[in-house]
Design a binder for this molecule. Structure first.
Ligand code: IMP
Length: 194
């Protein structure tokens, strides 16, 4: 798997140090009661797990599932599919919500989630992302907390995938053009009619 990586943008040590500081900053402003931390699966899984263990706040956890990069894509499909919404809506009623996602790219995912939860009786909805890409759509979308600003590149690791792979990498990295081409070729092969 390491041979597929082009550039390591953020090391595991840098992630850990930044999360320590971010959690301190967040715990000072997040409510001490009635807080629900909502990981946006699957990409937000690793970040949320590491972040919540640094937050001393009294909180509950409820997950929601979103996808817009299904298959071997390096750009958003523009369609966000949300699942698990009924459970998520019930979990946020009368609570302060913290949505925890992996990356802010077009902002469509967080925007769709905010819209879907808005009428569910949440006391407030805050957003937190691990990464924010340096692109106009991402910069224009306000988030409450962001761990790292990165260049406008396709990245994997620490929860982020390409074609379902690389989520278990402990760092954030770009892929070689060969790894991307081979993931795309695999998908085309699987999609061929039998
Ligand atoms: P947005 O809705 O365009 O902001 O993108 C959010 C979702 O797209 C993220 O939660 C990721 O699942 C996926 N995504 C966006 N950029 C990347 C990337 O560089 N690598 C892997 N997944 C990405």
């Amino acid at each position: 798997m390491d041979g597929d990586l082009d550039q390591i943008l953020i090391t595991p040590q840098a992630i850990s140090q930044r999360l320590d500081a971010l959690a301190l900053e967040m715990s000072a402003v997040l409510p001490g009661e009635n807080l629900v931390l909502m990981p946006v699966l699957t990409g937000g899984l690793v970040f949320a797990a590491d972040l919540m263990r640094r937050l001393p706040n009294r909180l509950t956890v409820a997950c929601v599932n979103a996808s817009s990069y299904a298959g071997a894509r390096t750009h958003s499909s523009g369609n966000v599919r949300l699942t698990g919404l009924e459970t998520a809506r019930a979990a946020v009623r009368g609570k302060h919500v913290l949505l925890v996602d992996d990356i802010l790219d077009t902002g469509l995912t967080l925007s769709a989630l905010q819209g879907a939860l808005a009428a569910s009786g949440a006391l407030s909805i805050r957003t937190c992302v691990l990464l924010r890409k340096d692109r106009p759509q991402a910069s224009a979308f306000p988030v409450d907390f962001c761990a790292f600003d990165i260049p406008d590149a396709f990245v994997v690791g620490y929860g982020l995938d390409f074609n379902g792979l690389y989520r278990n990498l402990p760092c954030i990295a770009t892929l070689t053009p060969q790894a991307i081409a081979s993931g795309m070729a695999d998908t085309k092969e699987q999609e061929k009619p039998a």
